[in-house]
Every structure is written in structure tokens, then in C-alpha cells.
Design a protein around this ligand. Structure first.
Ligand code: PAF
Length: 270
């Protein structure tokens, strides 16, 4: 509040902690574009399903604070569950309805996006940011947050930053910590299948079904992974596309490796 009333611009980087260089890139962008940067660090129970990894989710508050400070953030906001949900749950929910929250991750994680938008709305109300930073890695989440802000006229600019990858192509994710060495090698199939699809399109392929089949076949060559989805939609609205695709498109994949569920995506302009 002091920073805001002194006229400072406030940037918020909402995270669930276990920060990696993907988060680092968001914090760096926030520091470059705002006077005062808050990194929130809260593993939000309402966005996890009953059989998901809430209890196992990696936590390292001390390491996260170090990284946030090194990059230049002014504050880390790490509330307890009781602070964010004082009555144990929320009587008020913020929910983006419609196809944006019915496809892709919404199918395998019912209620997930309602939990995300509710906690992000709470964080916006607490921190009062001018800008909030999301990663394109969670591309559907970023569009859901943008839609919430548009529909509710929230005075926050949503900034979406590019996916950060390991040298071999694996998209950075806190959930990569769940992978054993064999699964870590196998998980490369997400980015290589997407890259293969990108090459197909660069060589002129425009048939949606054939591109999806290519990705599915590539992924199924990897026995350690089990495919959740491989889908193609328009970008950024994530609308259905005709069989022949053109314009800006979003290709998204999700796979399970043991207890890790990993997602990756690619935006291509055709
Ligand atoms: O992407 C995440 O880490 C979470 O979904 C978010 C945006 C911090 C909300 O809990």
C-alpha cells in the first residue's frame, strides 16, 4: 500500500513456490516493467483434485525467497492456507465458464480452473498489482486468467511470458522434480513430439487430424508415458478449428509419467 500510494507500479508474480528459471524469467520481466515486485508463494488447495499431488507438491520457501531477492523482487507473500481460506473454504468462487474451462486440462482436472481463478482474484485483491505475470507453459491457465480480468474489468494487465526449457528441450516445471532418471529421459517426448509437429507444418502440413495423429504416434512410442491429451485449437481464444488449419494455432499436450502429470505446448503462426 505504501509503494502504491507513493505512485510505484506494482508487479505480481503468482507462484506455488518451488521456483525454477521459468519463474525466474517471470520475476525478471516483472522487475523490468514495475517499480515494486511481489512474488506470491502459495500452494493453493482449491485447485487440486482429491487424488492429486497437493501434499507431495515440492516446497522450498527459503530457497524461493533467496531466488526472488537475488532477481530483485521486493517482497514474497507466502500466506498460510488459513489466511487465504479463513473459514476452511470459500463461500465465494470466481469461475470462468464455457469452453475455455471445459477443454484440455479442465477435462482431467475438474474444478481446477475455478480454484485457480478464485485464488488469483484473492491475490489481486490483496496485492493490488498493475501487472501480473503468467507463463505460457500453462497456456490455458494464462488465457483463463486473461478472460477473468477482461470479464470482471479487473485493473490488472496480464503479461504472458515464453516457455523456458532445459537445454534438451524439456519445459521447466516444478513437477519435473517427481521424475526418476528414466522418466526424465522419457519426458523429452513432449517437446520432441511438438517439435516434430512444427517441422511437419513448416513442410506444408495443414491437416489438423494428421498433425494430431503424428503427435499421438510419437508419444505412444514412449512406453513410460501415458497420454492425457494432444489437441489443436486457435490461439489465443482456444476455439475449435476446421480440419485445414491456418492463422495462429495452439498445440497442447499432457502426459503422465508415474505420479507426474506434465504439460507442454506450442504456438505456431501458419
Ligand atoms: O501456475 C501456478 O503456479 C498456479 O496455478 C497459480 C497461478 C499461482 C495459482 O495458484
Amino acid at each position: 500500500a505504501e509503494a502504491r500510494s507513493a505512485g510505484a507500479s506494482i508487479g505480481l508474480v503468482p507462484t506455488m513456490g518451488a521456483l525454477h528459471e521459468g519463474h525466474g524469467s517471470l520475476i525478471r520481466a516483472a522487475c523490468a516493467e514495475n517499480d515494486y515486485v511481489v512474488v506470491s508463494n502459495f500452494v493453493n488447495p482449491t485447485q487440486f483434485g482429491p487424488n492429486e499431488d497437493l501434499d507431495a507438491y515440492p516446497r522450498d520457501l527459503a530457497g524461493d525467497c533467496r531466488l526472488a531477492r537475488e532477481i530483485g523482487a521486493q517482497a514474497v507473500f507466502a500466506p498460510a492456507v488459513e489466511e487465504m481460506y479463513p473459514s476452511g473454504t470459500s463461500a465465494t468462487w470466481v469461475e470462468v465458464e464455457g469452453r475455455l474451462t471445459s477443454i484440455l486440462c479442465a477435462r482431467s482436472r475438474p474444478g481446477h480452473f475455478r480454484g485457480v481463478t478464485t485464488v488469483v482474484a484473492k491475490l489481486f485483491n490483496i496485492v493490488g498489482p498493475c501487472r501480473a505475470y503468467f507463463g505460457q507453459k500453462d497456456g490455458q491457465q494464462a488465457q483463463v486468467a486473461a478472460r477473468m480480468v477482461r470479464d470482471l474489468f479487473m485493473p490488472v494487465e496480464i503479461r504472458i511470458m515464453p516457455i523456458v526449457r532445459e537445454a534438451d528441450g524439456l519445459a521447466l516445471s516444478s513437477r519435473n522434480a517427481y521424475l526418476n532418471p528414466e522418466e526424465r529421459t522419457a519426458a523429452l517426448i513432449l517437446s520432441t513430439a511438438l517439435k516434430g509437429a512444427e517441422e511437419l507444418m513448416a513442410n506444408g502440413e495443414r491437416n489438423r487430424g494428421r498433425i494430431i495423429s503424428f503427435i499421438v504416434e510419437e508419444i505412444e512410442k514412449e512406453p513410460l508415458g501415458s497420454l492425457d491429451y494432444a489437441e489443436i485449437y486457435s490461439f489465443p481464444d482456444l476455439e475449435e478449428l476446421p480440419e485445414t488449419i491456418e492463422g495462429s494455432i495452439f498445440i497442447a499436450v499432457a502426459l503422465k509419467f508415474g505420479r507426474a502429470r506434465l504439460i507442454d505446448n506450442l504456438v505456431v503462426n501458419l
